[in-house]
Design a protein around this ligand. Structure first.
Ligand code: NDP
Ligand code: 2IT
Length: 453
């Protein structure tokens, strides 16, 4: 752990004390704070305006009851959250996560990260996040729909195209956004396209939004590799997870000439040395909503399912050039990072939010492994959400090619601003520093310009 600057330590102590027990939020805040000492020294206006302290306090936090009826006509109760973190740059923007592990601390860490990520995209969007401890696994279509309708019956009063624009995250994809949008439309009697993103392409969604996070993470990694005259062509890659981000990261790696040899879910790992069969993976996960173990059974051949396995330890068995953690927070620890770095991995990019522990990030940095933090690497999803809002506002619908080209441009721009900022602060190639400082200054400057808000 890096020591915090003397002017910043008391602010961090206050966060610990005022947000007791919210360990993921503490972790995310500390990671940003470690980068900011030099900024505050160089630019005293940030300290004088208490802008960092203000930035750590969400503008609004909403917690609500979500009652719904299961298929056996029993009443079920979940908890809903929306943390509207920062609106200095635009309406609150960020996904909804449905997962049994979701707590207020989870949503706060995600909303805090989202604020800086959204600033990095250069688009006019503030930061927010939401979700529920609802577990979509094993639920029927009807149960998922009734849950979404009940969730929106409370959430609708807090959101709007100029106020707060949710989207998907873990456990929330096109199906859930459809049910949420339908209920919003029914309650408000408005076809307000821009209130949610990730909508179906036939009713206001953007082409390439489904693919955007995974594609964007690969575009960012491509830029990092290019700084060392390397590319995805011929690269062997690990992608953790097998959900939305993982699937489209795999697709783009394959399009660029690399081979993804393994992916995972929370039950195990598939090692498929010939390369993951994307069409089969999509059929199992997106169509049948099945488990990765089923992929291995159907694939046959040399594909191997390892129940409870650790995907990162594969680097000790076979050559791996790039690792893309695309599952969940803290899924790649110090011991995993040591295995990856010791076995010659050149680049790691966080497709997920905060998948690498602080100790893992330190190992990568010390070993000069190219490392992209989530707020830069996975910003392509929310950036394309902003493109969806742009299309909705102008009642337009762009082609896939045009939208993907805009996404690629935005990822190149984020890479450029992280790299330039790291250079300015004397640490070339430190994307963590570059992303944190660049995101922070954009939000902080807007907040200072807008008075004591
Ligand atoms: P999905 O729900 O589509 O997929 C999540 C995947 O991660 C599933 O395969 C899930 O497996 C797996 N997973 C969950 N927990 C673990 C674990 N402990 N170990 C291994 N695998 C695990 O979510 P997304 O793909 O949308 O999101 C993945 C990550 O990317 C999250 O951190 C999210 O915040 C982030 N992200 C998502 C964006 C988006 O646009 N969707 C944008 C930017 C970031 P299982 O089925 O077993 O639970
Ligand atoms: O973490 C994220 O950036 C997302 N889940 C996407 C948010 C969005 O509004 O598209």
């Amino acid at each position: 752990m890096t020591d915090l600057d003397a002017s910043i330590q008391p602010i961090f102590d206050e966060i610990l004390q005022r947000n007791a027990g919210e360990t993921e939020f503490h972790q995310a805040a500390r990671e940003v704070f470690e980068s900011l000492g030099r900024v505050v020294d160089r630019h005293p206006q940030y300290a004088e305006g208490s802008v960092l302290r203000r930035l750590c306090e969400p503008e609004r936090q909403i917690i609500f009851r979500v009652p719904w009826m299961d298929d056996a006509n029993r009443v079920q109760i979940n908890r809903g959250f929306r943390v509207e973190f920062n609106s200095a740059l635009g309406p609150y923007k960020g996904g909804l996560r449905f997962h049994p592990s979701v707590t207020l601390g989870t949503v706060k860490f995600l909303g805090f990260e989202q604020t800086f990520k959204n600033a990095l995209t250069g688009m006019p969007i503030g930061g927010g996040k939401g979700g529920s401890d609802f577990d979509p696994k094993g639920k029927s279509e009807g149960e998922v729909m009734r849950f979404c309708q009940s969730f929106m019956t409370e959430l609708y009063r807090h959101i709007g195209e100029y106020r707060d624009v949710p989207a998907g995250d873990m456990g929330v994809g096109g199906r859930e956004i459809g049910y949420l949008f339908g209920q919003y439309k029914r309650i408000t009697n408005r076809f307000e396209s821009g209130v949610l993103t990730g909508k179906g392409v036939g009713w206001g969604g953007s082409r390439a939004r489904t693919e955007a996070t995974g594609y964007g993470a690969v575009f960012f990694t491509e830029q990092m590799l290019a700084t060392r005259d390397a590319s995805f062509d011929g690269a062997r890659v690990l992608v953790s997870g097998s959900g939305n981000v993982a699937i489209y990261a795999i697709e783009k790696v394959h399009q660029l000439g690399g081979t993804v040899v393994a992916c995972s879910d929370s039950s195990g790992v598939v090692y498929d040395p010939d390369g993951i069969d994307l069409a089969l993976l999509q059929d199992v996960k997106e169509v049948r909503r099945g488990r990765l173990s089923e992929y291995a059974e159907l694939r046959g051949g040399s594909a191997e399912y390892r129940a409870g396995g650790n995907i990162w330890s594969l680097a000790a068995e076979t050559r791996i050039d790039v690792a893309l953690p695309c599952a969940t927070q803290n899924e790649l620890n110090e011991a995993d990072a040591v295995i990856l770095a010791a076995n010659g991995v050149r680049a790691v990019a966080e497709g997920a939010n905060m998948p690498c522990t602080p100790d893992a990030v330190r190992v990568f940095t010390e070993a000069s492994v190219l490392f992209a933090p989530g707020k830069a690497a996975n910003a392509g999803g929310v950036a394309t959400s902003a493109l969806e809002m742009q299309q909705n506002a102008s009642r337009d619908s762009w082609s896939f090619e045009h939208t993907e080209a805009r996404l690629a441009e935005i990822m190149v721009g984020i890479h450029e601003s992280c790299a330039t900022t790291a250079d300015e602060y004397g640490e070339p190639g430190n994307y963590v520093l570059g992303a944190n400082i660049s995101g922070f200054t954009r939000v902080a400057d807007a907040m200072l310009a807008q008075g004591v808000i």
